[in-house]
Design a binder for this molecule. Sequence first.
Ligand code: NAD
Length: 321
Amino acid sequence: MAEPAGKIGIIGSGLIGQQWAMLFSSGGFEVVMYDKDKNALAAALPKIEKQFSDLSKNNRLRPSPLTAAQQLQRISVTDSLDACVSGCTYIQECVPESLELKEAVMKSLDSVISPSCVVGSSTSTFKPSLFTSKCDKRARMVVAHPVNPPYYLRLVEVVPAPWTDADAVDLCVSLMRQIGQAPVKMSREVDGFSLNRIQYAILNEVWHQVDQGLISPADIDVVMKEGLGPRYALMGPLETIHLNAHGVRDYLQKYSKSILAVSQTLDAPVLMDPESKTASVLQSHLEKEIPLEALGERTAWRNLKLAEMAGAKSADPLYKA
Ligand SMILES: NC(=O)c1ccc[n+]([C@@H]2O[C@H](COP(=O)([O-])OP(=O)(O)OC[C@H]3O[C@@H](n4cnc5c(N)ncnc54)[C@H](O)[C@@H]3O)[C@@H](O)[C@H]2O)c1
């Protein structure tokens, strides 16, 4: 077995920490996971072993020069933060989504990491300036936001704070490419990064259409999964409009007036109140379709299908990541 490509530290050994550990080990790195909860830490390796074994059985391991057993061998756990970060070129922070906690964890990393080490935070919602401002090594800290489940979905949003070094961003981006992820680099921080700004725009419109009785909850999911979704899975909204006319300029010549006219009728965002009538309509529809006790089984099915799609795309020479 070849020498490890380097050492990666993972802070927080929950759902996302485990997936990052699997991704970095598949890329040939040595991975050390740290968690302040000893029970969580003890459970992490058996959970990873089970995931590797299921993926292996279904022939769904990520492409790697290493076997599943070799990848597992590259992952270890420690209850010492110093031992975790010592010798790391990169650290992925994966503690729960609390601003106070992220700030405290970054501060504790600040005093133990080497000056060249880069720390990427998995945060889904916090701009990096909100939790790195008090760190001496804040120029080495960035957001590296994965999409759940990262083992099957390759997007990573890399988001700098105003003080993040350009070379720290570049190191994070190139590391993500090295492990087979699809990083996108934002030029500056913004609430929601890119993905959630788009996702929330969609959710707002979905809410209004159901709330106003324009369409049923069942049909709104059909609009996405049988209409927009499959095209976007292959080529995104921009290549889609490029193909929907004779190039993007022709598309805009033909449709930009209608796009503006429709867009001007869109309703402003409202609080999607969980106690509202619309929320009850959505809950009863979805519970009828997928009872709460079947969510685990449905998630496993979704993950398997995502892996199949990822496999089909990467095997296609015409697919552009
Ligand atoms: N779950 C998702 O769908 C998803 C997707 C993308 C990003 N994220 C982000 O990833 C991060 C982790 O989410 P998760 O779902 O893995 O959470 P999780 O609750 O499954 O795991 C968090 C782990 O961090 C540990 N922890 C808590 N405080 C700690 C500390 N001070 N030091 C070290 N470890 C500590 C906990 O013991 C736990 O094992 C969050 O910021 C979340 O927003 C989650």
